[in-house]
Design a binder for this molecule. Structure first.
Ligand code: PMP
Length: 354
């Protein structure tokens, strides 16, 4: 029996995507060859790359607006470096909202001055700072839309007149936003897109070419744009699977349709967390993520019983990250509402038994 998969990433993908991806590993498009044993320069794969790129722009509403979509390698962590390499001339601003933002800051400091415009580190990242200034002389401002570990999510973004860069690794394609407010968006594939091994970078070309340093080709966004995301061998299987997931998303109605389902899932779980005295939420209520819900038991003595109960119910992947403890239920796009229902039932049964 398929488990209820609440893993934080890599995570659940649509069943039909997994099926189609596994078929392509055996026989891609009836070619008699596997997807992973053909040239990435073959017509069939070039079509996959082009489709994956155009679907990303289409779903984000960024077609014809000066943006390029790239599928690169090295993970979101590589983009911490590429962003600074390509954009940081003297000084950049970072909003420090979690472990990943903090890691991005660490890397950027290798390239220039970094200003933390605000930070919630002192409160173990349980909220998103709201009141802060952004100096006008920064090369860019970097934010993290969703903090996977702590379960917080930015609901609004600062209005700035410098390039706005966003790490959207754990909530891309999950909710409607005006994506044109960002000049660069990046996201590891392994949440709402596909297997680990590629990351999507959506970039407005006019912010590039402004730093004085020489950039190695593989780190240079302009090279990847010029080569249509085929500068070197791309991660063919993760790109193909991402394409299938984006097709699936488009077919079910795009971001607005999935957002409605994601909101229902989040509402169901958070209302149980709030009403059930056995549990308490970790993140500040107004900053709660619709992707990752973090919560703790009010009485740690119930841990063994609760753990046995959710495992018995076929639930997987809700152990919290070590820096928060407790539980984290990740409700990415492909997680059915029914799985959240199963978790909520176990939580209310826990209350009855406590
Ligand atoms: N940013 C965020 C918000 C993440 O959740 C993660 C990974 N969970 C990363 C960056 C790092 O991604 P990767 O492992 O692909 O380098």
């Amino acid at each position: 029996m398929k488990k209820h998969n609440f893993s934080a990433g890599p995570c659940i993908l649509p069943q039909q995507v997994l099926l189609k991806a596994s078929e392509a590993v055996q026989d891609f498009n009836g070619s008699g060859l596997s997807l992973i044993e053909i040239s990435h320069r073959s017509k069939d794969f070039v079509e996959v790359m082009e489709k994956a790129r155009s679907l990303a722009l289409e779903l984000l509403g960024l077609e014809g607006k000066g943006y390029h979509a790239l599928y690169l390698q090295g993970g979101a962590s590589m983009e911490f470096i590429r962003v600074a390499y390509n954009l940081l001339e003297t000084k950049a601003g970072y909003l420090n909202t979690g472990t990943w933002a903090n890691n991005a800051i660490k890397e950027a400091k290798l390239f220039g001055e970094v200003i933390e415009v605000a930070s919630s580190k002192a409160e173990n990242y349980n909220h998103i700072p709201k009141i802060y200034g952004v100096p006008n002389d920064l090369d860019y401002l970097h934010v993290t839309s969703n903090n996977t570990i702590f379960g917080t999510q930015m609901k609004t973004f600062p209005k700035v007149n410098i390039p706005l860069v966003c790490d959207m690794s754990s909530d891309i394609f999950s909710r409607q936003l005006d994506f044109s407010q960002f000049d660069l968006i990046y996201a590891g594939a392994q949440k709402n897109m596909g297997p680990a091994g590629t990351e999507l970078v959506v970039i407005k070309e006019d912010i590039l070419g402004k730093v004085s340093r020489k950039i190695p080709s593989i780190l240079d966004y302009q090279v990847h744009i010029a080569k249509d995301s085929m500068f070197n061998t791309p991660a063919v299987f993760p790109v193909y699977t991402s394409m299938l997931t984006l097709e699936w998303l488009k077919n079910i109605g795009g971001i607005s349709a999935i957002e409605e389902i994601n909101n229902k899932k989040a509402q169901l779980l958070y209302s149980e967390i709030d009403l059930n005295p056995v549990f308490k939420g970790f993140a500040n209520v107004e900053d709660r993520s619709i992707m990752n819900a973090t919560f703790n038991l009010t009485d740690e003595k119930l841990k063994d019983t609760f753990d046995a109960m959710w495992k018995e119910a076929g639930i997987s992947g809700i152990n919290g990250h070590r820096s928060v403890g407790g539980y984290r239920a990740s409700m990415y796009n492909a997680l059915p509402l029914e799985s959240v229902g199963v978790l909520v039932d176990v939580m209310s049964e826990m209350e009855r038994r406590a």
